[in-house]
Write a protein that binds this ligand. Structure first.
Ligand code: BGC
Length: 888
């Protein structure tokens, strides 16, 4: 038995938050330690600023490891704090102190901000006519990035220096010639008309005594750059030029604090970044570089004064970054494939990623190197870009002609696996090195799973990569074409999967603010959040369709189950109520006919389409049920009965309108049965009959799935629940169209938007909508982790205080090895089939127990040397490691 140990310390769901958005932060930790029935009996948490103890909780008798709210001295702005925790185990033996973590308070109040928004003076482009059609004229719409700088002097070196920075647009911050941080796409996407996030950086080591220079490069990003698919209003969704806000606090040994802020003392110039835009790409002319522009002594006499201004329509509310920043996370070497018909050269990075290519090259001054990006190659091996729609996705580098040169674009990203590099005359591919840099919010990876089948392993990898590639400030539909919105249904069907792959708690807290801000006054949630660039000609945002607008309810519920964190539910509860009221007011007969907006139905299904009113009403049952539960979580017991009654009435209306006595549901589609079964809409006799219809539908499709975005998530879980897990495995292992395996057989390294994105018979699907990187169909991941590996949450004990372990064994898969770093600690599950016996090894972390549900009673249960008494197929196990043998 080892000592209990607090691990994975989190403050506000962050390893080290850069600022707080609440006066009393919340602390969480997990536990590590071997042995049986280990649990925490008490904890003691200490928060310090330097040597000064701000809060010592003392020894608190409690098994709680989550959401411990700070209760010490009042926290003020601009503090650097450290915290640690120790715990006592079941026998009152004390642990060591955990490795201390830190957090910053940031600028907690609007009045702390002395910096002003600055930007280059606004010059409207002259003589531009609105594009006459949907064509996209980059040459005129692209704008150079702005350089902003200011020199400042200090008498002595500060003992502590912190930079607080934000932008309307994107920024990179430099101090004395070096970047302060390697985050990209900061400050991220929010509705800049309402709110923008700021970041804080510890720059103590970068400030010197004497002359210093601070510089920032700002680009357009989501603020004024091209976002979305509406080419008549491609950019300028929030404003016409990027702007910077920057405040540096210098604290001296004697306690004096000096502040350097963005104000009228800064100057601005344009430089080598001719333009840098999400959809277009970047053009960089190295001949225009201004060496030393972020260092003292640089001659900025020809730079322009900046404009100090108040952003329209009002300065946004500033909040500390809620989620870990977007960073470059994985690099891929470009492999040379062949010369293209265009004369360019095609390279393969081996993985479809979101990010950009770094070039190392040599050339003559003025030589142009051009990179076009694509996800796939066409039948002739040429770069296929038709599916990018208006995303030009092209980077240009113009050499300065000085030895080895390096280029990496800044304020753009592309969705690609392949590039076509066009070289200047006289240059050869041998002279160029290409590295693909994947970017995404740098959230902790929390699970891994390997199995006995390569195809399934590739599927797990494709799921993880589609998540990485689409977690760029908001969860997007796709990272490549002129879309990249935070589509809500895509996220909700995928969210349970996403929560295994990464710790999505902080990321959801951030996105939920976007969702909340986009909500319309009549209670309607929106199809996408942030909402502005979608349909920019509408006065108000596009209200959410069934399954889309319902997403916030589902996300809040999942957040509660996975993290056991009530705060998000409490904070947004009234918004969820408003959404349900919006639906109920419009549909007094309890069929969801009105207020369905773009009613996408079971989007992109193959085979017969599901009835949209049926799908919408089924979703109403789900969200009414969840609201009854969430009302309990939010301490609104008064509302529980209301939602239960609503769910009951909608169920009755659903059955009356769509279900016959034989359990057949209107439209007779797989998705119809899947929703009715998984949302438990039918009484038991009809439920049984509907289950039989589902199996019949699968037979009719020769064992193939036919669902779209809304149905897909329920396929394997429902088949498992109705006693046909082997049918779920059939779908998983299928390699013929339509199936996950089909895309993998075609070489997919991410999840496709469409089952038929490419088929042998028809080639590519419509160029209008054919992404090879959409995570929605990756929703099968939750079944792999929760059911195949058997690591599921337990609704009765949220936050993985209890684990529901219902593994599904299958000889074809052979074996699996999985772990998940739950909020309570690491859960492990590994099984292997030999002959007719499964051997299953599990680890249940301290402070946690598992409800085991097996297909058959185990033959034996061992823990180390000890053999445990035999049990039936269901049993409960405490923390520890166990080996079970089970007949199959
Ligand atoms: C997006 C989606 C989204 C859908 C709504 C598409 O253009 O890519 O994934 O959910 O529109 O129907």
């Amino acid at each position: 038995m080892t000592k209990l140990r607090p691990i994975a310390l989190r403050c506000e769901h962050h390893a080290a938050p850069m600022g707080l958005n609440r006066p009393a932060p919340r602390f969480d930790w997990a536990l590590d330690g071997d042995g049986h029935n280990r649990c925490q009996s008490a904890y003691r948490l200490v928060v310090k600023a330097g040597e000064n103890v701000l809060w010592d909780s003392g020894k608190v008798q409690s098994s709680r490891t989550r959401q411990i709210e700070y209760a010490g001295e009042v926290l003020v702005s601009d503090m650097h704090c450290t915290w640690t925790v120790m715990v006592w185990d079941e026998e009152d033996a004390a642990s060591d102190w955990a490795d201390a973590q830190h957090f910053r308070t940031g600028l907690m109040h609007p009045k702390d901000w002395r910096a002003q928004w600055i930007a280059r003076y606004f010059v409207l482009p002259a003589g531009r006519e609105a594009p006459a059609d949907n064509s996209y004229d980059n040459r005129w719409q692209a704008r150079p990035a702005d350089h902003l700088r200011r020199d400042f002097a200090t008498v002595e070196r500060p003992v502590r220096a912190t930079a607080y920075v934000s932008a309307l647009g994107l920024y990179e911050l430099y101090l004395n010639g070096a970047r302060v941080d390697d985050a990209v796409m900061a400050p991220g996407w929010t509705d800049y008309h309402q709110r923008v996030e700021y970041q804080s950086y510890d720059v103590t080591d970068m400030v010197v005594a004497g002359a210093n220079t601070i510089g920032a490069l700002v680009g357009e990003g989501w603020y004024s750059g091209r976002v979305g698919h509406n080419q008549r209003r491609a950019g300028n969704h929030y404003g016409g030029r990027p702007a910077l806000l920057c405040q540096v606090h210098l604290e001296y040994a004697d306690g004096r604090i000096e502040t350097i802020v963005s104000d009228g003392q800064w100057t601005t110039s344009q430089g080598p970044v001719c333009y840098s835009d999400f959809l277009m790409g970047e053009q960089y002319d190295a001949r225009l570089e201004m060496p030393g522009w972020t260092e003292p002594g640089f001659d900025a006499s020809r730079w322009q004064p900046v404009e100090v201004f108040a952003p329209d329509p009002r300065p946004p509310h500033l909040e500390a970054s809620r989620a870990p920043q977007v960073r470059e996370t994985v690099r891929f070497e470009g492999r040379y494939l062949r010369q293209a018909k265009t004369g360019g050269h095609i390279y393969d990075f081996g993985q479809n990623i979101a990010g950009f290519v770094a070039l190392e090259l040599s050339g003559k001054a003025g030589d142009r190197f051009t990179l076009r990006h694509g996800e796939v190659l066409d039948g002739e091996g040429e770069l296929y870009v038709a599916n990018l729609r208006h995303a030009v996705a092209t980077d240009h580098y113009i050499a300065k002609g000085e030895g080895r040169e390096h280029f990496k674009p800044r304020f753009t990203f592309h969705g690609f696996r392949y590039v076509e590099l066009t070289l200047p005359d006289g240059s050869s591919p041998d002279d160029v090195t290409l590295t693909g840099n994947a970017i995404h919010n740098d959230l902790p990876l929390t699970a891994s799973m390997r199995t006995g089948l390569d195809m399934v392993n590739q599927l797990l990898s494709n799921i993880e990569w589609s998540q990485r590639d689409n977690f760029i400030s908001v969860p997007t539909d796709c990272p490549q074409r002129d879309e990249r919105y935070g589509w809500s249904a895509d996220a909700q069907v995928f969210w349970k999967t996403a929560g295994y792959v990464m710790d999505v708690s902080a990321f959801l807290e951030k996105w939920f603010e976007d969702i909340a801000e986009a909500q319309l006054p009549d209670g309607a949630f929106t199809d996408v959040a942030p909402s502005k660039p979608l349909n920019p000609y509408r006065i108000t945002a596009q209200p959410g369709a069934p399954g889309w607008g319902d997403a916030p309810v589902i996300l809040a519920w999942q957040h509660w189950l996975r993290y056991g964190d009530r705060a998000l539910v409490e904070k947004h509860y009234d918004r969820l109520v408003a959404w349900l009221k919006h639906i109920a007011d419009a549909n007094p007969d309890h069929l969801r006919i009105n207020a369905v907006y773009n009613n996408y139905g079971d989007w992109l299904s193959v085979g017969p389409a599901s009835d949209r009113t049926m799908v919408a009403t089924a979703y109403w049952v789900l969200v009414a049920d969840l609201m009854a539960k969430l009302s309990g979580v939010a301490g609104r017991a008064d509302m529980v009965a209301h939602y239960k009654a609503q769910a009951k009435a909608v169920r009755a209306a659903f059955i009356a309108a769509f279900v016959d006595d034989d359990g057949r549901i209107t439209g007779d589609t797989q998705t119809a049965y899947l929703l009715a079964l998984d949302f438990a809409i039918l009484p038991s006799d009809l439920h049984r009959k509907a289950a039989a219809h589902l199996l019949r539908k699968l037979d009719e499709a020769e064992g193939h799935l036919q669902t779209g975005f809304l149905g897909v998530k329920h396929l394997c879980p429902v088949l498992s629940d109705i006693g046909s897990p082997q049918r779920a495995y059939d779908l998983l292992l299928n390699e013929t169209y339509p199936s996950w395996g089909f895309s993998i057989a075609q070489g997919a390294t991410t999840i496709w938007e469409r089952w038929d994105g490419w088929t042998r018979e028809n080639g590519f699907q419509s160029v209008n909508m054919n992404s090879f990187n959409h995570y929605a169909y990756g929703a099968v991941g939750e079944w792999l982790y929760a059911r195949v590996a058997g690591i599921d949450w337990d609704e009765d004990a949220p936050g993985f205080s209890s684990i529901r372990m219902r593994p599904l064994f299958d000889k074809r898969l052979g074996w699996i090895e999985a772990h998940y770093d739950a909020p309570t600690g690491r859960i492990e599950s590994a099984w292997r089939i030999a002959g007719e016996i499964v051997t299953w090894d599990i680890r249940i972390p301290p402070n946690c127990s598992a409800r085991i549900e097996l297909p058959r009673a185990p033959l034996s249960i061992h823990s180390g040397e000890a053999s445990l008494p035999s049990t039936g197929p269901t049993t409960t196990l405490d923390s520890g490691r166990y080996t079970l043998t089970i007949p199959i």
